[in-house]
Design a protein around this ligand. Structure first.
Ligand code: AMP
Length: 223
């Protein structure tokens, strides 16, 4: 199954992407994680992308499309994949459609996580990630670790992403409105989009998401 997960910053895409990919037995592919790996390893690509990440701006399309094409070409995506953070604008969506068409495939579903903007800022300010494994995510209020600053899962140090600071969050929201919202409209026109509310407990959102793509039973309080 080939799924695209889309939504504003702090809709819980990272958390849901990991859970959904595991449930669907497909690869979770996050361009943000791919970029952060490059930055962490100090590769040339990482050095070029770092200033964009720090400012909350989109990295250049040529670089991003190159990164995702290389990732989609690996054999572990044969069973399918869940894209998280890509495409973020129409040019990237068209590049993705073209790449998939070359292999005579296409997206099966686009899942949009919906959340009001005030919630976005509250959620982001408290978010903390594990330095050892970026997939372990906590929140100082909503899901605090047992020991402050330490990952419950692997003991790694928790940190705040540079682009999770409030001024950057506002920029990222603006970028989402102007650049990424048209991607939702693009796939809506193809009849691929289902929107689920990102509010509530992680499990509730997961249940809604699975039901929305025909992979689970709809929860009683389905939105
Ligand atoms: P994310 O973890 O998805 O919020 O991504 C973090 C940062 O990586 C973004 O603010 C951008 O600077 C960069 N990035 C991730 N995905 C893309 C993309 N599809 N296009 C351009 N830049 C991206």
């Amino acid at each position: 199954m080939r799924v695209l997960l889309i939504g504003p910053p702090a809709a819980g895409k990272g958390t849901q992407a990991v859970l959904l990919a595991a449930r669907l037995s497909i690869q979770h592919i996050s361009t943000g994680d791919l970029f952060r790996e490059h930055v962490g390893q100090g590769t040339e690509l990482g050095q070029n992308a770092h200033s964009y990440l720090r400012a909350g701006l989109l990295a250049p399309d040529e670089v991003t499309i190159e990164v995702i094409k290389e990732r989609l070409a690996r054999p572990d995506t044969e069973r399918g994949f869940l894209l998280d953070g890509f495409p973020r604008n129409l040019a990237q969506a068209e590049a993705l459609d073209g790449t998939l068409a070359e292999s005579e495939s296409g997206l099966d579903a686009v899942l949009e996580l919906g959340i009001p903007e005030v919630q976005v800022v509250r959620r982001i300010a408290g978010r903390r990630l594990c330095r050892q494994d970026h997939e372990h995510i906590f929140h100082v209020d909503y899901s605090p670790p047992v020991v402050a600053g330490v990952c419950d899962v692997c003991g790694g140090e928790l940190y705040q992403r540079e682009d999770d600071r409030e001024a950057t969050v506002r920029t990222r929201l603006e970028v989402y409105r102007t650049e990424t919202a048209p991607v939702v409209a693009h796939y809506q026109a193809m009849g691929l989009v289902t929107t689920v509310s990102a509010l509530g407990q992680v499990q509730e959102v997961l249940d809604r998401a699975l039901a929305a793509i025909g992979q689970g039973r709809p929860p009683a309080n389905s939105v």
